[in-house]
Design a protein around this ligand. Structure first.
Ligand SMILES: O=C(O)C1=C[C@@H](OP(=O)(O)O)[C@@H](O)[C@H](O)C1
Ligand SMILES: C=C(OP(=O)(O)O)C(=O)O
Length: 755
């Protein structure tokens, strides 16, 4: 279905010619007409089959058009608008492709008169260094952005029509104000062009330029590619966007001066700081283009980007499709421990000296923590294949972040940082993704306020969290109402800055990595039954750390191997800290055959190789004292329960309702969709298992609600299903276990990632 009767394109260069080609190939207009002062261009457009008619008289070209696209150099916009006005149909919509919006809007307002409300300012960001009608390419706009900058007078129906056109040729359309557009483009497009032109010219002016260029290699070529762009077009852009270009050039000059100064002073920390920050910022930019979840929301500079990116991410959120049956065999080294990875960055940053980390989890949650410390001025090298070097700044060396700290999907990052940031001299703000924005933060904020911190959350006690900073904290003696390692850790971290003693008592044992690692960094910690105490005034010293494999990630493989007949797996170097091994205890109570081999100590954390063989499981009532020790493993344990003989009953696990999703409800929905009989309680669930020798699940579709652990648990369920299981919304698996799909595939799961 054509969207338009007649589209007229004024100016048939790369941009206009490519739109003509795209409109033609999409069948979006019954007729395509070109207007150009150059008869040669018109002839080329006709002979390339891009347009049906061409006119040098621009008023004649727009006659009969319901959409006119003006893509002439920005300096020629005013004259072009004035030339087309006499021929414009009353209903015609006019839009443009100019790279500068403020001056083009001013020209349109002055020239188009009453027609101005039908003018939709636009900018397709899809140039290349080639120009002219011969470079026209019907695919130029696919997956490229088009920014529309409508003003108050612009008719919303006209904007809508232009949006439809760009969407139909494959572009992602977003809108923003013209001033913002001109500033953002000055920084991300006009400045790089200015630099490329300037660098080549500067070198060429030196006497022996021919010689210099003979030695120049890939770096020079990459950096200066855009110095081959059209000088006339860029002359216009620099002239028309003068103010914003000058501001961007000044910003860059200041950055260059900082870099020069670091070189002059031989300041290694400053140099590494600039370059590691640039490395990650660029990685984020590249990932944003590939649209993974954490990265794209993080780098969104405005709400529109964010919305467009989120919609795109939603549309491309991968699904797992797992074929039924099979068994798990061989050896699987699962990802590094998430809890320890978070803390290695935090404590490494607060230490004096360098901390070297190996086995760091390169998942999005731990990376969110890493980025937050970079944002607070800490120089961090890596991660490269699990290696990270943190240049500690000492307990009082963090700097105020220039922007809101984005914690992605990670509850641990947000809650631990709330404690740590309460003790800083500066203010800060923490946000997260949709899931984190629903999770309770008052459990940490409330005791921190008792210590004297000034912390705000929303009316519901959820993020964003704002922390005033610059407060004097006082130690407290706190009895935690919930068994939460995150609350305990937040208070201990605040305690490093509080007057006197901070003592935290837990109602049941929770993971103790913070206490162990503080001691490992040489900070005195007193442990006494259910209580932990720290005092301020100590210091942390940088050290070497090896992060063991995460037992929470191993849990999916333990369950998979336990339920799939004929399986035998070896999971090497898994952390078996006794505050984390609830999953082993629970599976063993159910009859699982799990052996710990080669038990040893690795930097203060016990580790072992886990060997598991399939065996008949039976239903049990899960002892409540094991709940905090297996808190993240319940989604996987529920899958095991559905395969066991008889009922498995869980109580005392209401905390599961406030994880990345409501893990009781979301698991219950998924299990029920696969034919499992169950009953939920406010604090748990009863699951009826089928026992050995027959499928425990039908095939079906599962919604993971973006919760990594739900997605991975149901992937394992396929081993005992009678049909394929399709799991939606699996991008967040990368928060805790990047590489899961590949590892599971190698071990024997028939898992395909789609999208
Ligand atoms: O301290 C930690 O590293 C964690 C503590 C637990 O949260 P709670 O403290 O909310 O139970 C756990 O669920 C989370 O995955 C990691
Ligand atoms: C609850 C979890 O993590 P967090 O609280 O850090 O988001 C988890 O990984 O299961």
């Amino acid at each position: 279905m054509p969207l338009f009767e007649q589209v007229t394109i004024i100016g048939l260069g790369l941009i206009g010619g490519s739109l003509a080609a795209a409109v033609r190939s999409g069948g979006l207009a019954k007729k395509i007409v070109a207007g150009s002062r150059s008869s040669r261009t018109l002839e080329r457009g006709l002979s390339l089959g891009l347009v049906d008619e061409g006119y040098q008289d621009l008023a004649q070209a727009v006659q009969g058009a319901d959409l006119v696209f003006v893509s002439v150099p920005v300096s020629a916009m005013a004259a072009t608008f004035s030339a087309i006005v006499p021929g414009l149909e009353r209903h015609a919509i006019v839009t443009d492709g100019g790279s500068v919006k403020g001056s083009v809007i001013a020209a349109a307002r002055a020239q188009l008169g009453a027609h101005f409300s039908r003018f939709v300012p636009g900018h397709p960001i899809a140039g290349k260094e080639k120009s002219g009608v011969d470079a026209a390419d019907a695919a130029l706009y696919q997956r490229h952005r088009v920014i529309l900058t409508p003003v108050a007078e612009t008719d919303p129906a006209a904007t809508q029509a232009v949006r439809r056109l760009w969407t139909a040729v494959g572009a992602d359309v977003l809108s923003m104000g013209p001033d913002e557009h001109d500033r953002v483009l000055a920084e991300t497009s006009h400045l790089p062009h200015l630099l490329a032109f300037s660098l080549v010219d500067t070198l060429a002016r030196q006497g022996d330029s021919t010689d210099i260029f003979r030695y120049a290699a890939g770096g020079f070529r990459d950096f200066t590619r855009i110095a081959s762009s059209d000088p006339v077009m860029w002359h216009d852009i620099f002239t028309e966007n003068q103010d914003a270009v000058l501001a961007a050039a000044d910003l860059f000059a200041a950055g260059l001066a900082r870099f020069r100064d670091a070189v002059a002073r031989g300041d290694s920390d400053a140099l590494l700081g600039i370059m590691t920050r640039a490395n990650t910022a660029r990685a984020r930019f590249l990932a944003m283009n590939a649209r993974t979840s954490y990265t794209q929301a993080q780098s969104a500079t405005d709400e529109h980007h964010m919305k467009a990116d989120q919609n795109a991410a939603q549309a491309r959120n991968p699904e797992f499709i797992v074929q039924p049956g099979g068994q798990l065999t061989g050896q699987v080294r699962v990802a590094g421990d998430k809890s320890i990875s978070h803390r290695s960055i935090m404590l490494g940053a607060l230490a004096d000296g360098v901390t070297e980390i190996e086995g760091f989890l390169e998942g999005e949650d731990a990376l969110a923590t890493l980025q937050a410390f970079r944002d607070m001025g800490v120089v961090i090298e890596g991660p490269h294949a699990g290696r990270v070097r943190v240049h500690g700044v000492g307990l009082h060396g963090l700097k105020a972040p220039a922007r809101t700290l984005y914690m992605g999907n990670s509850g641990t990052s947000m809650r631990l940082l709330m404690g740590l940031l309460s003790g800083q001299a500066f203010a800060s703000e923490l946000t997260g993704d949709e899931s984190l924005s629903r999770r309770p933060m008052e459990r940490v904020a409330k005791p921190l306020r008792e210590m004297g911190a000034a912390i705000g959350t929303t009316g519901n006690g959820t993020p964003p969290v704002s922390i005033r900073g610059g407060r004097t904290l006082k130690g407290i003696d706190y009895n935690m109402p919930v068994a939460s390692a995150q609350v305990k850790s937040a208070l201990l971290l605040a305690g490093l800055y509080a007057e006197g003693e901070t003592r935290v008592t837990e109602p049941a044992p929770t993971r103790d990595h913070t206490e162990r690692m503080l001691a490992g960094f040489g900070y005195p910690v007193q442990r006494d039954g259910a209580s932990v105490t720290v005092r301020s005034g100590g210091r942390l010293t940088g050290c070497q750390l090896e992060v063991p494999a995460d037992i929470s990630s191993a849990a999916f493989f333990l369950v998979g191997a336990a339920i799939a007949e004929g399986s035998e797996l070896l999971l090497p170097h898994v952390g078996i800290n006794p505050t984390r091994t609830g999953v082993i205890d629970i599976l063993r109570l159910m009859g699982a055959d799990i052996r710990l081999e080669n038990e040893r100590d690795s930097g203060g954390e016990p580790v072992a190789d886990l060997r598991i063989r399939s065996s008949g499981l039976k239903g049990i009532t899960i002892p409540e004292e094991l709940v905090p020790l297996a808190i993240d493993e319940f989604p996987a344990i529920f899958v095991a329960a559905a395969c066991a003989e008889g009922d498995t009953i869980l109580h005392g696990a209401e905390e599961l309702r406030v994880k990345e999703s409501d893990r009781i409800q979301v698991m219950a929905d998924g299990l029920a969709a696969l034919g499992v009989e169950l009953e939920t309680y406010p604090d748990g669930i009863r699951i009826r298992g089928v026992g050995q020798g027959r499928p425990a699940f039908t095939g079906g579709e599962i919604e993971s609600h973006g919760d990594h652990r739900i997605a991975m648990s149901f992937a394992m369920a396929a081993l005992r299903a009678s049909g394929a299981i399709r799991i939606r919304n699996c991008a967040n698996v990368a928060t805790s276990f990047p590489g899961f799909a590949e590892l599971a595939g190698r071990a024997g799961l028939s898992l395909q990632v789609q999208g």
